[in-house]
Design a protein around this ligand. Structure first.
Ligand code: SF4
Ligand code: SF4
Length: 420
């Protein structure tokens, strides 16, 4: 049986965080009455119909682990690690069980018990992914992969039968080189002296994978006459660390951003970052911020003809719970047919680092999205989250679908761009 050991420090998604002991974690878990109403909403349960891969089953496993009735075996760990942290179950739960908090806490407790070298390795991987050095290299690396024909060699050698390679291959075919952002820059000191009404949050991976989102946001706010700034010194929001068992590091990253953005309203283009920043800062999702801004009466939008399907990322739908802003915003573009992507309640499989860690499930979930996209045949697919855009873009490309995957505000910027 599993030993009790020292009580793990459990971190709530609040700032400053609250440390929870095992008893408090159990109290949260015990709020689950095992009714099972969340099961049909769980993407992993829908795929494999295994109770241990459902919210209710995972809560039972966390209870067993926390009380010491269960050992932390590889099999048990696979069921917990298989959770996407999409929080669809939290939205469906009539008992208001805080599943996201529970899973974050359980992962933190499990990571705390790992041997030091394994903790170090996991933490290093997250630090590199969310740091400033690797993300700018991703575009050039992907370009080299394409230019040198490595992808064709990989395909011919049959290596794409391995899900992880298939995910990486798909991302490499889609990634473009990021471009520098021409934006008014402020430092934390400047911000203190003259707080900007709105300050853009660039994210870590997002600034490389989707640089056009921030460029479009700046262009749109310029047309609306709304001053925005891009403070220097900002960094990763910490979500990757929090959901992978490193809440202390996540809180450190959050604290740094809190200092940088003090006195401003933070506007984030990636819904997962906004959800992470929100407990610590006044953070607004970009579509909502554009919608809230005063629109000049003379502002004219050019028509865009075609259908745009709206993908609702879990962070937007289940955490921010405000996806209507996307539809309202796009609804202002003449000629555009705006439709929700059928099956929006189910995660696409990107889920932060999930697509790298659990590629098989990630690909299976993306395949469902590709199937409905094939039927709908939209010209554009919009999504407010960077990981979802990369994952769905790669899946659509691999399936030969002709559509563009982009952020809603990029589409809006096109409709607002002066025509020559
Ligand atoms: S998490 Fe909520 S919906 Fe799911 S079994 Fe427990 S109480 Fe029921
Ligand atoms: S967070 Fe998502 S994947 Fe995890 S148990 Fe809940 S519904 Fe299932």
């Amino acid at each position: 049986m599993g030993g009790h050991g020292p009580a793990p420090r459990i971190i709530f998604r609040q700032f400053p965080h609250n440390a929870l002991n095992q008893r408090e974690l159990l109290r949260l878990a015990d709020q689950c009455v095992k009714c099972g109403l969340c099961l049909p909403h769980c993407p992993t349960f829908r795929l494999c119909h295994n109770e241990a891969d459902s919210p209710r089953g995972r809560i039972a496993l966390i209870q067993g682990l926390t009380t010491g009735q269960l050992d932390d075996t590889a099999r048990l760990g696979a069921h917990l690690d298989g959770c996407l942290q999409c929080q669809a179950c939290e939205l469906a739960c009539p008992s208001l069980v805080r599943f996201g908090t529970l899973m974050d806490a359980a992962r933190a407790a499990r990571v705390a018990k790992l041997p030091r070298w394994r903790r170090w390795w996991r933490r290093l991987r997250l630090d590199v992914l969310s740091g400033t050095r690797l993300p700018p290299l991703l575009g050039p690396l992907a370009a080299a992969y394409r230019r040198l024909g490595v992808g064709a060699v990989v395909r011919r050698a049959g290596l794409l039968r391995w899900p992880r390679l298939r995910v990486l291959h798909g991302l490499a075919l889609r990634l473009r080189r990021g471009m520098a952002l021409q934006a008014p820059q402020t430092t934390a000191a400047d911000t203190d002296a003259a707080p900007a009404p709105l300050a853009l949050f660039r994210g870590c991976v997002a600034r490389t994978l989707e640089p056009e989102v921030m460029r479009s946001a700046l262009a749109v706010f310029r047309q609306l006459g709304v001053p925005v700034e891009v403070p220097q010194g900002q960094g990763c929001c910490g979500a990757m660390h929090r959901h992978n068992g490193f809440p202390d590091r996540a809180d450190t990253l959050l604290a740094r951003n809190r200092a940088v953005f003090a006195g401003t309203s933070v506007v984030g283009g990636a819904s997962a970052c906004v959800a992470e920043l929100r407990p610590a800062l006044t953070a607004i999702e970009l579509c909502r911020a554009v919608l809230q801004a005063p629109w000049p009466a003379a502002l004219a939008l050019h028509p865009l003809t075609g259908t745009v399907a709206v993908h609702e990322p879990c962070s937007h739908r289940n955490q921010l719970r405000d996806t209507t802003a996307v539809y309202e915003l796009l609804g202002r573009i003449p000629g555009l047919r705006v439709v929700p992507l059928p099956g929006n309640a189910m995660c696409c499989g990107a889920a932060g680092t999930y697509l790298l860690d659990q590629p098989q499930t990630a690909l299976a979930l993306a395949a469902d999205k590709v199937a409905v996209l094939r039927q709908l045949a939209p010209r554009w697919l919009v999504t407010t989250n960077t990981g979802c855009a990369a994952h769905l873009g790669a899946a659509a490309h691999a399936a030969g679908l002709e559509l563009e995957v982009l952020h809603p505000v990029v589409l809006l910027a096109r409709a607002l761009a002066p025509r020559t």
